[in-house]
Design a binder for this molecule. Structure first.
Ligand code: DGT
Ligand code: CA
Ligand code: CA
Ligand code: ZN
Length: 587
């Protein structure tokens, strides 16, 4: 049985209660009870739904009888009456004030009670006109701080990480299905194309009662503002700053609407040109003959593409980057799928900065149906992560061998995520690499070196014949850190020549390589790995994000190293190691 919410949903729910109680002026101990439980659940290694089903919620620190009941209700139904009643006590805009860092629930309450501020624009206006400095507990410094944070909020990319969009969209559709009659529902827009970042959520549903659905949508718990609202559509602003657009369409235009609202715009424009050449017109209602008005397609999306003489085009490719030409020739690539993935090649344990023991991570990987997993803990120069030195590597080798005897046929590969030092030398001696099964390398320090230096550094690093994979090659963190300055084309070229794979890292904030660079890598003849960089068992579930990036890069199964079955992967790695030894004059 599946519960209606995941750990992160429960954490958000409890934090929201804490915030609302504080805005209300409740006593600290009540507020803190929710926050403490939220933190404990955020740190949980187990799925809270499973704990609930096993009757073990009370084992979570800070969860007593009252909280147990609330969490149970939320897990069962995806909503919580208590929270909804609390939310109803405030104007929805007031809650957006809590998104201003440093403002906090108490000050939000003062602003609301004294100046009737209940939106970010109103807050900005009050701060600009100097009305805030004289309020109790504020002052000029707080006022200036509010203005600065508001500016930052605006600048902080209006785009959001894909994973955030996906989880929000899943919640919204689940809640909508519970509150109105929905016959069919899907994601559209950049969310369906699985772009690494999304500008807003586009949702599409079929319903016999569109007005009821639109109405219900504007009343969902996370909605803080209704931007527009009609009989067949609604646009809302969600807590967290994301906009969501909902369209309700009749069943006969489902395929056409899905096609149109999936985009991209450039893809649609090109497709419409193609239709016009046949004397047809294409819009969100269907494909029509211009002269007769006859409807040629519209109910089914694949059918619509076929009618235009095209292979159905996977959403990830719809960027007008040659996919329409390829589909016309019947030459679309057979894109790699999640099912093709045989193992995860980037996983951490509590030997360094992971949260779980190696055995737990291996069991979690095996439970996902994988044949193998590479344990790739950090190396010694990454002090913050208590990176491993050569002696610890030997200890880990012994543990991996012991576990493998128990877990067969599942196989743990002893790997490393070895630091590339600032001069491009590697963190571990070749003797240590020689006891490993899989060597991957990463830049984690001196990340703002000039372009030429960073490029030389990476080139030097991948020239070590023990190296199999260069991890997260661009080093960007969405909303936090720009990519390294590096001539990635040159690095890709060299990697292709040396047979070094480039990682498509599936961490939601990394998504590195993204689709664009993954495609460049494949075109250059390099191989990819798709891995999660998991630091906890649940993060193994990020794999679909990596697969999506690779698909956006036109990757087929053969372009991806970890689609190989275990025996073929072992042959491949064995051959690389033999070559490395040969280069060192060992054989
Ligand atoms: P985003 O939201 O910036 O991540 O990107 P999209 O692609 O989701 O863009 P969005 O939300 O503005 O529109 C969703 C889809 O609707 C878009 O991919 C294609 C379609 N669409 C929107 N505006 C136009 C337009 O002016 N012409 C055409 N042909 N399609 C459009
Ligand atoms: Ca969108
Ligand atoms: Ca949109
Ligand atoms: Zn890592």
């Amino acid at each position: 049985m599946e519960t209606a919410a995941r750990n992160s949903d429960v954490v958000r729910m409890l934090e929201e209660i804490g915030d609302l109680l504080e805005v209300k002026g409740e006593q600290n101990f009540r507020v803190n009870a929710y926050r403490k439980a939220a933190r404990a659940i955020a740190d949980l290694r187990e799925d809270i739904g499973e704990l609930y089903l096993a009757g073990r919620l009370r084992e979570i620190p800070g969860v007593g009888e009252a909280l147990e009941q609330k969490i149970a209700e939320f897990l069962e139904t995806g909503r919580l009456g208590y929270l909804e009643r609390l939310q109803a006590e405030f104007p929805p805009g007031l809650l957006t004030l809590l998104e201003v860092p440093g403002l906090g629930p108490r000050r939000a309450r003062v602003l609301y009670e004294t100046l009737k501020i209940e939106s970010l624009p109103a807050l900005e206006q009050a701060a600009r006109s100097g009305q805030i400095r004289d309020l109790p507990g504020m002052g000029e410094k707080v006022e200036a701080n509010i203005l600065r944070e508001l500016e930052r909020l605006k600048q902080r990319s209006t785009r959001h990480p894909l994973e955030f969009g996906l989880s929000q969209a899943r919640d919204l559709l689940a809640q909508l299905r519970r509150s109105a009659p929905v016959a069919q529902a899907a994601f559209a827009g950049s969310l369906r194309r699985m772009r690494d970042t999304i500008g807003d959520l586009d949702l599409l549903v079929v319903s016999s009662e569109p007005e009821r659905v639109a109405e219900a949508f504007t009343r969902l718990p996370r909605v803080v503002d209704v931007l527009s609202h009609g009989p067949q559509r609604a646009s809302v602003l969600l807590r967290g700053g994301l906009q969501a657009d909902l369209r309700i369409v009749p069943a006969e235009s489902w395929g056409a609407a899905l096609q149109y609202f999936t985009g991209s715009k450039a893809h649609n424009v090109h497709l419409r040109e193609l239709a016009l050449r046949h004397g047809w017109t294409l819009n969100e209602y269907g494909l029509f003959d211009v002269k007769t008005g006859e409807r040629l397609a519209g109910e089914d999306e694949d059918e619509l593409y076929r009618r235009l003489g095209l292979q159905p085009i996977p959403p990830e490719l719809r960027e007008d980057q040659g996919e329409i030409e390829a589909a016309l020739r019947g030459a679309l690539p057979a894109l790699v799928t999640l099912d093709d993935i045989r193992g995860d090649l980037h996983v951490h344990s509590d030997w360094t900065d992971g949260s779980a023991p190696l055995a737990t991570m291996a069991a979690a990987a095996a439970a996902r149906g994988y044949q193998y997993m590479a344990i790739t803990d950090h190396t010694k120069s990454l002090g913050v992560a208590r990176g491993l030195d050569e002696a610890r590597v030997l200890e880990q080798r012994a543990l991996v061998d012991r576990l493998n005897a128990e877990l067969a046929p599942f196989r743990i590969l002893l790997g490393t995520e070895m630091d590339i030092k600032r001069d491009g030398t590697l963190d571990l001696a070749n003797e240590a690499l020689d006891v490993m099964d899989y060597v991957s390398i990463s830049v984690h320090s001196a990340m703002n070196q000039p372009r030429e230096q960073m490029t030389e550094r990476m080139l030097r690093a991948i020239s070590n014949p023990y190296v199999t994979t260069l991890n997260h090659p661009r080093g960007r963190l969405l909303r936090r850190r720009e990519a390294y300055e590096v001539d990635l084309e040159r690095v890709i070229e060299a990697a292709a020549q040396r047979g070094v794979a480039l990682e498509v890292n599936a961490q939601p904030e990394r998504m590195d390589l993204d689709g664009f660079w993954a495609r460049r890598a494949i075109q250059a003849g390099a191989r990819l790995t798709i891995s999660t960089d998991s630091h906890a068992p649940g993060q193994l579930d990020f794999m679909p994000l990596g697969v999506a990036s690779a698909r956006r890069g036109w990757a087929t199964r053969r372009d991806v190293l970890n689609t190989l079955p275990l025996d073929e992967l072992l042959d491949f790695l064995g051959a690389r190691k033999a070559a490395a030894r040969h280069a060192r004059g060992l054989t």
